[in-house]
Design a protein around this ligand. Structure first.
Ligand code: NAD
Ligand code: UDP
Ligand code: UDP
Length: 312
C-alpha cells in the first residue's frame, strides 16, 4: 500500500535523502520547507516525480494536509545557522512541534521527531546512553537549539501520554554526506571545502575534542526502521556511528584523502562546544537490528567527490 508521507525540512540535507528513499520505497511524499537552510538543488531531481509534492511553508504556522505519517525534520542544524536567528530556531522546534503534533493528533497518525545528541549538551557520561539526562547550559549560545529540541521531546511525550499519539523520537548524532550545505560551518563540510580550495583548515580549540561521524545512507536506514518499529516502541533512541575521532584526526584524514596542501590553523573554541561525543547504540542494535556499515574513509570519499562537483 502506497502511503502519503509528510517530511518537514524535506529540502535540507537529511530531509532530501529521506524524501528520495521514501519515494524509492513506493510512497507518496509531501515535502514542506521554508528554504531557510534547504535548497531546491537538493530536491530538483524529484520535482518531476508525480508522487512528490513540494510546499513552501514555515512550520511555526499551522498546516492542514491529509497524510498517513510525519517525519518532522524542519530545523536549522549547524551552529552558525541555528544561532543566526536563535528566537526563530526555538520557535521552529517548539511551535513547529506543536503544529505537527496537532496535525498528527487530528489525523490519528504516527509522527517521528528528529531530535539530536545536543540534548546531552557537554556530556559528563561517555558514551551517551538514552537514559543520560544531559548537561545543557540553558542560557548559552547553543541553548536555542538544545533546549528547543529538549522541549520538543517533552511535547512529543506529553502528546503520547495525554492524547495517546503514536510517537517516535530519534536522537541523531553528527551525520555527514552529499548535500551538506558548503557554508553551514559544520566540521566535515568546512574541512573538505577548505582542503579542496587549498585554504587553511580551521581547527577550533586544540582539536582534541571528539565526535562520531555517521554517513547519511546508514542514518536514513535507521530512521526508516525506527518509523516502522512496533507502536509501543517510542524511543528516544540514539542513531549515529559509534566510531570516535578527534577533530585533529579528521583534519589529517581529509588533508591526506584530498591530497591537499592546506595547513592546519588553530582558532578559539566556541562557547559550550562539547568536549566529547559518541553514541551508545546498544538500544538501536537490539530493537532495530541496526548499526552503521559505512567506514569514515568510504563516507568521506563519497562526500569529497560531491564537494568536488559543486564547488567547481
Ligand atoms: P538542514 O539545515 O540541511 O535541514 C533543515 C531543513 O529545515 C532545511 O531545508 C530548512 O530550510 C528547513 N527549515 C528550517 N526551519 C524551518 C521552518 N520553520 N519551517 C519549514 N522548514 C524549515 O539540516 P539537516 O542536517 O538536514 O538536519 C535536519 C534535522 O535533523 C534537523 O531537525 C536537525 O536538528 C536534525 N539533526 C541533524 C544532525 C546532523 O548531523 N545532520 C544531527 C542531529 C540532528
Ligand atoms: N494544527 C495544525 N494542523 C492540523 C491540526 C492542528 O497545524 O491539522 C495546529 C493547530 O494550529 C494547533 C496546534 O496544531 O495550534 C496544536 O493542535 P492541538 O489540537 O493539539 O491543540 P489546540 O488546537 O487545542 O490548540
Ligand atoms: N570545528 C572545527 N573547525 C571547523 C568547524 C567545526 O574545529 O571549521 C569543530 C567544532 O568546534 C566542534 C566539532 O568540530 O568541536 C564539530 O562541529 P560541528 O559544528 O560540525 O558539530 P557540533 O559541534 O554541533 O557537533
Amino acid at each position: 500500500m502506497r502511503k502519503r508521507i509528510l517530511v518537514t525540512g524535506g529540502a535540507g540535507f537529511l530531509g532530501s535523502h529521506l524524501c528520495e528513499i521514501l519515494l524509492r520505497n513506493g510512497n507518496e511524499v509531501i515535502c514542506v520547507d521554508n528554504f531557510f537552510t534547504g535548497s531546491k538543488d537538493n530536491i530538483v531531481h524529484l520535482l518531476d516525480n508525480p508522487y512528490f509534492e513540494l510546499i513552501r511553508h514555515d512550520i511555526t504556522f499551522p498546516l492542514y494536509v491529509e497524510v498517513d505519517e510525519i517525519y518532522n525534520f524542519a530545523c536549522p542544524a549547524s551552529p552558525i545557522h541555528y544561532q543566526f536567528d536563535p528566537v526563530q530556531t526555538t520557535k521552529t522546534s517548539v511551535m513547529g512541534a506543536i503544529n505537527m503534533l496537532g496535525l498528527a493528533k487530528r489525523l490519528k497518525i504516527k509522527i517521528l521527531q528528529a531530535s539530536t545528541s545536543e540534548v546531552y549538551g557537554d556530556p559528563k557520561i561517555h558514551p551517551q546512553p538514552e537514559h543520560y539526562r544531559g548537561n545543557v547550559n540553558p542560557i548559552g549560545p547553543r541553548a536555542c537549539y538544545d533546549e528547543g529540541k529538549r522541549c520538543a521531546e517533552t511535547l512529543f511525550f506529553d502528546y503520547h501520554r495525554q492524547h495517546k499519539l503514536k510517537i517516535k523520537v530519534i536522537r541523531i548524532f553528527n551525520t555527514y554526506g552529499p548535500r551538506m550545505h558548503p557554508n553551514d560551518g559544520r566540521v566535515v563540510s568546512n574541512f573538505i571545502v577548505q582542503a579542496l580550495r587549498g585554504e587553511d583548515i580551521t581547527i577550533y580549540g586544540d582539536g582534541l575534542q571528539t565526535r562520531s561521524f555517521c554517513y547519511v545512507d546508514d542514518l536514513i536506514e535507521g530512521i526508516i526502521k525506527m518509523m516502522n518499529s512496533p507502536d509501543d516502541f517510542t524511543g528516544p533512541i540514539n542513531l549515529g556511528n559509534p566510531s570516535e575521532f578527534t577533530i585533529l584526526e579528521l583534519a589529517e584524514k581529509i588533508i591526506s584523502m584530498t591530497g591537499s596542501n592546506s595547513k592546519i590553523v588553530f582558532k578559539p573554541l566556541p562557547e559550550d562546544d562539547p568536549l566529547q561525543r559518541k553514541p551508545d547504540i546498544t538500544l538501536a542494535k537490539n530493537r532495530l537490528k541496526w548499526e552503521p556499515k559505512t567506514t569514515l574513509e568510504d563516507g568521506l570519499s563519497k562526500t569529497i567527490n560531491y564537494f568536488k562537483r559543486i564547488i567547481k
